[in-house]
Design a protein around this ligand. Structure first.
Ligand code: ZN
Length: 332
C-alpha cells in the first residue's frame, strides 16, 4: 500500500493524524485511490482497522466512518486506528445496490479475493493483505441499503480456534446489537465469503456490524456504529475512557438462512426485522399486478428475522429477507 498525504496531514506512520489517499499494489486497482485517515498514539499498542462503503448506499455506516476520524486523540491513545470510509470507489456517485460496477461482484461476499483477480477480488486481497496487515481487528460496517430494513446485528465467524471465537464474541458484544450472528464453519471454505470468515480462516479477527434502513442516515444508526467502534477501541486498550452502555445482545444466532422468492412480483411482508418466527410460519405473500397471490414465503426454520427487503418488487429467485437461527437450536 502506498499513501499520499493531504497538505494538512501529519506524516504517515508517525504519532498524530494522517489524512490522505491509499493506493494498492495490484495493477487491477490502478487508477483508483481510497481516502484513508490514520490516528496514531504516541505510545505503541493495538491496531484497529475500520471500513464502510463496500455498499455505497449503506450511508449511516459511511457517516460513522467519517465521524470516527475525529473521535481519537493521539495524545491519550495507544496504538493506531485506521479508517477507510468508502471502499467501493467505482460505485461512488453510481449508487449500485450491492455490487462493484466494474465487475458486477458483491465485494462483501468476495473475501479473501486474489491479487490477480477482478477488481473486487484484488480489492479484497488488498484490504486483507496490505491495509489490514498486522491489524488486531477489522470492523467492516454495513447495513440499511436502499431496499432493505436491517435489525442491529453483528456478524462474526465461528472458528475452530476457541480463543479466536472468544475474542470475536467479545468484540461483537461491544455493539449495542439485538443479535450476534456467528456464521457456521462452512462459510470459511467458500471461495467468496464475508470478511469475518476469510479473516478467521487465517486465525485473524474481523467483525461485520449491520444496522439501518432504506439508504437513510439516522442518528440512531450512526451512533450504533460510532459507540460500538469506540467500545471496541476501549476493549482492545487503544483508549481508556469507560465503556458506553450496550444491551449486549441477548440472542446469539448460529446460522444464517436467506429467504428467496420463488416468483417475481410484489412482496407483502408480514414480518419485520427482530421478529421471532416459527418454522413454517408465513413471512409474506407475492402477488401479481392484479393483486392475485402467486406464492407464499415461509420460515424454513424457527428463528429471528434479521433483515427484509422493503421494496415490494422482487425478482424471481431474488432474496426477500434472512433469518438467524438461535445458537443452541442451530447446534442441535
Ligand atoms: Zn452491506
Amino acid at each position: 500500500m502506498e499513501v499520499t498525504a493531504l497538505r494538512n496531514s501529519g506524516e504517515y506512520g508517525q504519532p498524530g493524524f494522517f489524512r490522505g489517499y491509499a493506493r494498492f499494489e495490484s495493477p487491477r486497482l490502478a487508477g483508483y485511490k481510497w481516502e484513508i485517515c490514520e490516528i496514531r498514539g504516541k505510545r505503541p499498542g493495538p491496531r484497529l482497522c475500520i471500513c464502510a462503503g463496500i455498499h455505497p448506499n449503506e450511508v449511516s455506516a459511511i457517516e460513522a466512518a467519517v465521524r470516527l476520524q475525529r473521535a481519537f486523540d493521539p495524545e491519550s491513545m495507544e496504538g493506531s486506528v485506521s479508517i477507510i470510509p468508502f471502499i467501493n470507489q467505482p460505485g461512488l456517485f453510481e449508487y449500485p445496490d450491492y455490487v462493484c460496477p466494474l465487475d458486477g461482484k458483491n465485494i462483501e461476499h468476495t473475501f479473501p479475493g486474489k491479487k490477480d483477480g477482478t477488481f473486487s477480488e484484488a480489492l479484497c486481497d488488498a484490504i486483507m493483505n496490505e491495509w489490514c496487515t498486522g491489524a488486531d481487528c477489522l470492523i467492516d460496517m454495513h447495513g440499511g441499503n436502499l431496499r432493505e430494513n436491517v435489525s442491529k446485528f453483528v456478524i462474526v465467524q465461528h472458528a475452530p480456534d476457541p480463543q479466536l471465537n472468544a475474542r470475536a464474541r467479545q468484540i461483537a458484544m461491544c455493539f449495542d446489537a439485538e443479535f450476534v450472528l456467528a456464521l457456521p464453519a462452512p462459510f470459511m471454505d467458500r471461495p467468496g465469503t464475508y470478511s469475518p470468515s476469510a479473516f478467521a480462516r487465517h486465525g485473524r479477527l474481523a467483525v461485520l456490524p449491520e444496522a439501518g434502513a432504506n439508504g437513510l442516515v439516522t442518528e440512531d444508526t450512526v451512533s450504533f456504529f460510532v459507540e460500538g467502534v469506540l467500545n471496541v477501541a476501549r476493549t482492545l486498550g487503544i483508549i481508556s475512557t469507560p465503556l458506553s452502555e450496550a444491551r449486549n445482545a441477548q440472542i446469539h444466532c448460529g446460522d444464517y438462512l436467506w429467504i428467496y422468492s420463488p416468483a417475481g412480483g410484489d412482496f407483502h411482508s408480514e414480518v419485520e426485522p427482530g421478529d421471532r418466527v416459527t418454522k413454517g410460519q408465513r413471512l409474506g405473500t407475492i402477488t401479481n399486478m392484479f393483486g392475485e397471490p402467486l406464492a407464499e414465503l415461509s420460515a424454513p426454520e424457527s428463528g429471528f428475522v434479521l433483515w427484509r427487503v422493503t421494496h415490494p418488487s422482487i425478482k424471481e429467485g431474488s432474496f426477500a429477507g434472512a433469518i438467524g437461527i438461535e445458537e443452541n437450536k442451530a447446534m442441535i
